[in-house]
Design a protein around this ligand. Structure first.
Ligand code: ATP
Length: 906
């Protein structure tokens, strides 16, 4: 087959049996999907359950246990061997379930992260998952898209594509649909082709897919893109390091204990098993796994609240965010633009302006010719498509543009009809930097009816329409269209600027519209040559109401010590009006893009804490703002939707992309995607992040206190001259049962009431901060004192149940501990015992299992226990629960200390 780049577009369409006007039919696309497979790059498949199980069984600690079981077998200790193996299996099941859940949670996230493609099928434009694309499909491209498949261009309007991923070329290349390229042209020179995985940075295009999936050029290099990344998070890394360090310390202690026992003349066999059991119990091997699970399940909970996590570290960073920099349009507001006001210069009123209020206007009211021109220009200099919903005009496309198309249609200026008289021949697209857009149209004879004044004398051959932000647009105008005549702008400038301010102050987005008749099409459609000497036609004011939930979300942020910052391309006064309405600290400074540009980096750093609204900014300014905030020690979340937002999203601690309106490029760069584009969702995700951080800390608190208690009991016991306080299997039991279920239950602990009423943790704060280390030491010490105290006393008085009492007290103490630390500061009685049913269930189950080990004759032999009298059991219970009361007192003291300064201040 000839290469697509050597062929004319029609030939390629013919070759692929496709049609540029209708695309493929759905049945044909279905057949091709079967033939060619999904448009995906094959990646390493997710971990299989067998693989997870195998990893569980080959973990270091399990291997140690298996060796211990085998040794016991050789020593003739069959019961011990079997018990150890049972423990190994239980341990593996527990670990397997946890990791399997985490894997599944991650897989679910991945499913959500699929990019979409806009294609033409059955004659209709449709949005489909990019993996459904087949060769022969006609697909659309616009700035911000990641090209979904290799394609031969059919149309390209100023299309520029960044192809570094394939060619290494560091600047975007301009595309040309009309070109036919030599067969041996290198990839970078094939200007009539687009390739999967490259990004559109500018313009628009239409292409027919010639290769999909692994058959694409990208498939050949098999680079992996568009996956949910899974690098270890800082917390995971820290936990792994902590686990290793503690593991080494634990092993040293174990060696000392074993050596001590042997020197004391204890039985070698017992000491070997004690050493192994203690090693297994003391090494916190579950720590990194627990963090992974907490993060993965947290990410799943965030998804339920419409926040898709793309990079796992975001889950933990979210909790520490101190500034949320957010776009205005669509995130804080509804992005439901409606044109409410037209403003036209006129000599007929004393004010010099005529206001047309569209908010209640009936459709098809006769319009003044200048208003017709304004609406016609607004509808034609526009990429939105006019549709209909419930008999009313509606649109598909950008809301700002859609509002204009709809407003025109309400006066019977329907875009498709207008396009017949004024077909578009060229354009300069909108970008957030330029904040305007220009289209060039041929003027047909029929235009006299819609634009009578313009065609009054001699009908021009061409007309340019430009619409965009007022400030920039007025600069390129030199005349004003007043009652059908052009007058010099200088006479009108002040009046127009004041009118713009008035509309903006009312919270309206104001667009200026201008035009310029031309008799011949200029050779080059370059910005500088066309966008000058324009005639200003009027203003269009549109409202975009704030999202109802945004105000509450802003207030929540405030209470949580997080500063919301608005960054918008809109006019400062419009921005300020909305900021005020939402309660964003608008009394503070507003900085414009222009002012920002004039500031040196250090100057901005000095200002940055005082500014809560940035207006008329370009995407690259966002990068400057993030850098300055980070320099000041902030943890910054930053939203973005456009192509050029990607660097700022990457630089921010949490890059947030918009799921609905965001470009592929911004989503690729982001750590988190808002499925509903809603500011409130960021705040919800921050809350989940804090809960997860809290729960990881609780888990750490629990695990380390428990391990410390176990080691100290054995160590101090042996120093005191008594026999080894716990039998090897008792140690393993305490480790498996008390560490297992209750600790797991901590990962689903609900949010504490004050989670969004306290400041974020300090950026440099250690995970042990806030008294965690002290808690571990004193509770571990107290646990040892209580258990060993009673054990020693009973042993001295010759009670054969001494070891069972010690063992059971230790188990109960750990359960009491887990209940007490479920809440950080509030008393468990305030939070409610049943607020975490999993924890209650885990504690009850563990109590039942402990009783089974103590009272079942068959297990008594294995676990070296004896049946306790009711009084002894009660004693274990009472002593164990002391830990609960002690920790409740600790929490009470913390509460008192925290509220004391507040009382004094009050
Ligand atoms: P925010 O940053 O709050 O989300 P935004 O992303 O809508 O706002 P931009 O899209 O960068 O901001 O728009 C900035 C300005 O450009 C707007 O205030 C408006 O004046 C102008 N503008 C927006 N859309 C268009 C368009 N389609 N054509 C011409 N001008 C536009």
């Amino acid at each position: 087959m000839t290469n697509a780049h050597e062929m004319a577009p029609e030939a390629v369409l013919h070759e692929f049996g496709s049609d540029a006007a209708t695309g493929l039919s759905s049945p044909e696309a279905g057949l091709r999907r079967q033939k060619y497979g999904p448009n995906e790059l094959t990646e390493t498949p997710p971990k299989s359950p067998w693989r997870i199980l195998w990893e569980q069984l080959t973990a270091a600690m399990v291997v140690v246990l298996i060796v211990a079981a085998v040794v016991s077998l050789f020593l003739g200790e069959y019961k011990d061997a079997v018990a150890i193996l049972v423990i190994v299996v239980l341990n593996a099941i527990l670990g397997f379930t946890q990791e399997y859940r985490a894997e599944r949670a991650m897989a679910a996230l991945k499913k959500f992260a699929v990019p979409a493609a806009r294609v033409l099928r059955d004659g209709k434009v449709q949005e489909i998952p990019a993996r459904e694309l087949v060769p022969g499909d006609i697909f659309f491209l616009e700035a911000g898209n990641i090209v979904p498949a290799d394609g031969r261009l059919l149309q390209a309007a100023n299309l520029k594509v960044f192809e570094a991923i394939l060619t290494g070329e560091s600047v975007p290349v301009e595309k040309n649909a009309a070109a036919v390229v030599a067969a041996n042209a290198p990839l970078g020179d094939r200007e009539n082709m687009v390739y999967k995985g490259t990004t559109v940075t500018y313009g628009r295009g239409l292409a027919v897919a010639v290769a999909t999936g692994m058959k694409t050029e990208l498939g050949r290099v098999a680079a992996l893109i568009q996956t949910v990344e899974r690098e270890p998070t800082p917390l995971q890394r820290r936990m792994a390091a902590l686990g290793r360090a503690l593991g080494v310390i634990a092993l040293v202690i174990v060696a000392v204990v074993t050596g001590l026992g042997i020197m004391q003349g204890q039985d070698l066999k017992t000491m070997f098993l004690t050493g192994v059991s203690l090693a297994v119990a003391a090494v916190p091997e579950g720590l990194p796994a627990a963090v992974t699970i907490a993060l993965a399940l947290g990410a799943q909970r965030m998804l339920r609240r419409r926040a898709l996590i793309r990079k796992l570290p975001a889950v933990e960073t979210l909790g520490s965010v101190t500034k949320i920099c957010t776009d205005k349009t669509g995130t804080l507001t509804q992005n439901r633009m409606t044109v409410t006001t037209l403003l036209l210069p006129t000599r007929e009123t004393t004010e010099g302006l005529k206001t047309i209020d569209l908010s209640g206007a009936k459709a098809a009211t006769p319009l003044l010719p200048p208003a017709s021109l304004l609406l016609t220009a607004g509808a034609l200099c526009n990429d939105a498509v006019l549709t209909e919903a419930d008999g009313q005009p509606a649109y598909v496309g950008d809301p700002t543009e859609g509002a204009l198309v709809v407003a025109a249609a309400r006066f019977d200026l329907r875009k498709p009809v207008l396009e017949n008289f004024l077909p578009r021949v060229a354009e300069i697209p909108f970008t957030s930097e330029r904040k305007r857009m220009t289209t060039i149209h041929q003027v047909h004879e029929e235009c006299r009816t819609i634009l009578p004044q313009l065609c009054e004398k001699e009908r021009p051959q061409y007309i340019f329409f430009t619409k965009g932000a007022v400030d920039g647009l007025l600069q390129i105008c030199d005349r004003v269209w007043v009652d059908g005549r052009a007058e010099p702008l200088s006479e009108w400038q002040d009046l127009l600027c004041r009118a713009n301010e008035r509309l903006s102050r009312a919270g309206l987005r104001v667009l200026a519209v201008a035009f310029r008749p031309f008799d011949a099409l200029p050779e080059a459609v370059a910005e500088g040559e066309i966008e000058r000497d324009l005639i200003f036609a009027g203003f269009v004011g549109m409202i975009d109401p704030p999202r109802p939930e945004a105000k509450e979300a802003v207030a929540t942020c405030r209470r949580a010590g997080i500063d919301p910052v608005m960054i918008t391309g809109d006019h400062p006064l419009t921005a300020l009006a909305i900021a005020r309405e939402l309660g964003i600290a608008a009394e503070r400074r507003v900085l414009t893009g222009q002012e920002l540009e004039a500031l040196a980096a250090e100057e901005l750093e000095n200002l940055v804490d005082e500014v809560s609204v940035y207006a008329r900014v370009a995407p690259e300014d966002k990068l400057k703002i993030v850098a300055a905030l980070q320099k000041k020690g902030h943890i910054v979340a930053m939203t973005g939707d456009g192509v050029n937002d990607a660097p700022a999203l990457k630089k921010a601690d949490i890059g947030v992309a918009m799921g609905i309106t965001g470009t592929d490029v911004s989503k690729e760069a982001a750590d988190m995607v808002l499925l509903d584009d809603n500011f409130a969702t960021i705040v919800a995700a921050v809350e989940e992040g804090r809960v997860i951080y809290d729960n990881v800390r609780k888990f750490l608190k629990y695990l380390m206190t428990t391990n410390l208690g176990e080691i100290l009991v054995i160590f101090a016991g042996m120093l005191s001259g008594m026999p080894v306080p716990l039998a090897p299997l008792q140690i393993l039991w305490v480790n498996l049962v008390t560490d297992g279920f209750p600790a797991l239950a901590l990962s689903v602990e609900p949010a504490e009431p004050d989670v969004m009423r306290r400041p974020p943790p300090k950026p440099q704060e250690n995970i042990f901060a806030g008294g965690l280390g002290t808690h571990i030491l004193w509770v571990g010490g107290l646990m040892t004192a209580i258990c060993l105290g009673i054990g020693y006393w009973l042993w001295r008085s010759g009670n054969p149940a001494w070891q069972t009492v010690l063992f059971t007290t230790l188990a109960f103490a750990q359960l009491a501990h887990v209940l007490a630390i479920r809440t950080g500061k509030t008393s468990l009685f305030t939070a409610g015992l049943l607020s975490n049913r999993a924890a209650c269930g885990a504690v009850l189950l563990t109590v039942a299992l402990q009783l089974a080990v103590v009272y079942t004759p068959a297990l008594q032999g294995v676990f070296r226990t004896v049946a306790l009298t009711p009084a002894e059991l009660l004693l274990c219970f009472a002593l164990g629960s002391l830990i609960f009361w002690a920790v409740e007192i600790e929490k009470w003291l913390t509460r008192r200390r925290r509220s004391a300064p507040a009382r004094r201040a009050g």
